[in-house]
Write a protein that binds this ligand. Structure first.
Ligand code: M6P
Ligand code: ZN
Length: 188
């Protein structure tokens, strides 16, 4: 948890975010992603070769309901588990709360799913921003050959709900196809 009361300027890199007092570093490895990737056999095969990092993020979380913002930088390494690209777990915000992304490097797909079952997949590219309305679950997928790095900004008073995604999965999967990423509709 942080309490930032002075103006701040940060380069969009994990190291500069980590240098802020109170920054929380998170690493998600293959072993943290069991039940998230669809092909469990492929996940177990990959794990046997080593528990590699799928993504890292550094968060500067501030608590408060008076317009306080939290923000973080996420870097997803390139890679596949079976035919599925490396991705974040993805989550809903328990009581809503919008989120904004700004991509600094890489190529990817933002998968969005509303509580009513609407489903979207939006291409992500450097220099573009993405707005996630509060009621939509969000997952980011690295479809490129290099890192996918993006800034995220969200309200200080949200809570993350991973349970719904674990239970129900996402409505779309992003898979490697013969001519690039292939987005398959699972439902919705
Ligand atoms: C971004 C934000 C964070 C999120 C992180 C990792 O930084 O959306 O809120 O925690 O990515 O994603 P996840 O929590 O789904 O693992
Ligand atoms: Zn979020």
């Amino acid at each position: 948890m942080t309490n930032i009361t002075e103006p701040l300027s940060l380069a969009l890199g994990l190291a500069s975010f980590r240098s802020v007092e109170g920054a929380e570093s998170n690493v998600r490895r293959l072993s943290d992603m069991v039940d998230y990737f669809a092909d469990n056999e492929a996940l177990q095969r990959a794990l046997a070769a080593g528990d590699r990092v799928v993504y890292e993020f550094v968060e500067l979380t501030q608590e408060g309901s008076d317009g306080v913002l939290s923000f973080g930088l996420t870097r997803i390494r390139p890679g596949l588990v079976g035919r599925e690209y490396h991705m974040t777990k993805g989550h809903f915000h328990t009581h809503g709360g919008d989120e904004v992304y700004l991509v600094s490097e890489g190529r990817g797909v933002l998968v969005l799913q509303s509580r009513q079952g609407d489903c979207r997949a939006i291409d992500m590219a450097p220099g573009s921003m993405y707005f996630v309305p509060g009621q939509w679950a969000h997952r980011t997928v690295n479809t490129g050959d290099g890192d996918l790095t993006f800034l995220a900004v969200w309200p200080g008073d949200i809570e993350h709900d991973y349970e719904t995604i674990l239970r129900e999965g996402f409505c779309k999967q992003v898979l490697e196809g013969p001519d690039g990423p292939l987005i398959t509709e699972l439902r919705g």
